[in-house]
Design a protein. Structure first.
Lengths: 317, 123
């Protein structure tokens, strides 16, 4: 019984984080982006600096008519948002926030994360193909092309950390973490975060969505609540990628003075800010430029990191 | 909750919760939304102008070589994970390190070959 209650409390906490943190990230994006562009951003909803803007958006989305174009492949079109969203929720179960503060400590945690996160992109491809819209098909194709580019550097960089820690369990990796891993795994960290940005289809890697050329890519035909689910998936993805980067490469809950979970959240918040900052600062890459960056830049760098990790690990015994 | 697969029941439960969240949102939407479809509304939006021709337009998949490369390397990368957890265990050390360089050498050679063959460009 105690075990059941324990699991239930953990699940409630995860669902709470899943429903709240993406909204916080979204609001932070609204405001940070606005101020970087010398605007104010939302100021009205909720009174204080428009803090309730995304809640107001949600209330509006839920009342919107559900339009599925006659030319679309209805069933695939309808479940695509769920396919995009649910993997990010499921991944959150293995991400540790503090010592012992984790949904469940899977011994193949890292492998599980990479496998489940790969499913999310299918939602985008399904949406693109089922919409019956030329721009959406192009967007879906670009999503698939992007998958080819980022997945390998992501996996190689992640396995470098697994080598350093000698375990695939995420709490185990953070337990084994030492401060000098920061410079040791720096290349892997940059590769992982960059590949993660590409996985999220965030600028500068947002060519599947590319609103100025292919309208909204795979999401062009979506309205109302299904569109909102896609948006939630995007921001949940930002949280998940930032949390993974801080757990794998920035030492998760390790840090002086403050308690562990606070450190984890601080590191996640910092990375979320970087994601927003990068969006405002860089122009969009072309799809072939991303392929080139991945195969000529990120993959060799990740292989270099693997070699470095292996040598240091064996020499230090 | 015990046994090797016990920990996965929590994962399955979270998956079920995810399905409930999505269906809950869609059901709430069903209760609150109007439904007044018209032929114009159900027309594919595309870029705002009435669509011309079929939605599933023919297009050339220019990155199929990358796809082959990706499949080859992704299969390789899977083998890294079980190896990564034991390679520095006592008694392995140098042997596995040399093996790692052989492995990395093969992958790097593959990429170098693809690059020399000029398939790493958008054809």
């Amino acid at each position: 019984m105690a075990e059941l209650i324990d699991a239930a409390v953990r699940l409630v906490a995860i669902v709470g984080a899943f429903l709240v943190l993406p909204l916080v990230a979204g609001q932070a994006e609204h405001k940070a982006m606005a101020h970087m562009q010398a605007r104010l951003g939302p100021m009205y909803a909720g009174g204080f600096h428009g803090w309730a803007q995304l809640i107001a958006d949600g209330v509006k989305f839920v009342q919107k008519e559900d339009v599925i174009p006659a030319a679309a492949d209805r069933r695939v079109f309808a479940i695509a948002p769920a396919v995009a969203l649910i993997p990010y929720l499921v991944v959150m179960v293995v991400i540790p926030v503090g010592p012992g503060l984790v949904g469940v400590d899977l011994d193949v945690g890292l492998f599980f994360v990479l496998a489940v996160m790969g499913v999310g992109v299918l939602g985008s491809i399904m949406a693109g193909w089922s919409s019956g819209n030329k721009y959406s098909v192009l967007g879906g194709m670009r999503s698939a092309a992007q998958l080819m580019a980022y997945e390998l550097p992501l996996v190689l960089a992640a396995s470098s950390v697994a080598m350093a820690a000698g375990t695939l369990s995420l709490p185990g990796i953070v337990d084994a973490w030492q401060w000098w891993w920061l410079p040791w795994q720096a290349i892997g960290g940059v590769v992982f975060f960059t590949a993660g940005l590409a996985e999220l289809r965030r600028p500068p890697f947002d060519m599947p969505i590319a609103d100025s050329e292919i309208i909204m890519g795979p999401m062009t035909e979506y309205t109302g609540i299904r569109f909102a689910l896609f948006m939630l998936a995007e921001y949940a993805g930002i949280i998940v990628v930032s949390a993974l980067t801080s757990v794998l490469f920035l030492g998760g809950w390790h840090g002086p003075v403050l308690p562990g979970p606070v450190w984890t959240l601080l590191k996640v918040a910092l990375l979320v800010f970087v994601v927003i900052w990068v969006r405002v600062s860089y122009p969009r890459l072309r799809e072939d430029q991303l392929q080139k960056l991945a195969w000529v830049g990120l993959v060799p760098l990740a292989l270099l990191q693997l070699a470095l990790t292996g040598v240091v690990r064996v020499l230090t015994g | 909750m015990d046994g090797y697969f016990g920990s996965y029941t929590v994962v399955l439960a979270l998956f079920a919760i995810g399905a409930v969240i999505v269906t809950g949102a869609l059901t709430l939407n069903r209760l609150l939304r109007p439904a007044r479809p018209t032929p114009e509304k159900l027309l594919t939006y595309e870029c705002g102008v009435d669509p011309v021709g079929e939605g599933w337009a023919q297009s050339q998949v220019r990155y199929y070589v990358f796809t082959y490369l990706y499949v080859v390397f992704a299969v390789d990368a899977v083998f890294l994970f079980p190896w990564a957890t034991v390679f520095a265990a006592p008694g392995f050390g140098m042997t596995t390190l040399v093996e790692m360089f052989v492995f990395l050498g093969f992958i790097a050679l593959g990429i170098l070959y693809a690059w020399r063959k000029r398939v790493l460009v958008w054809a």
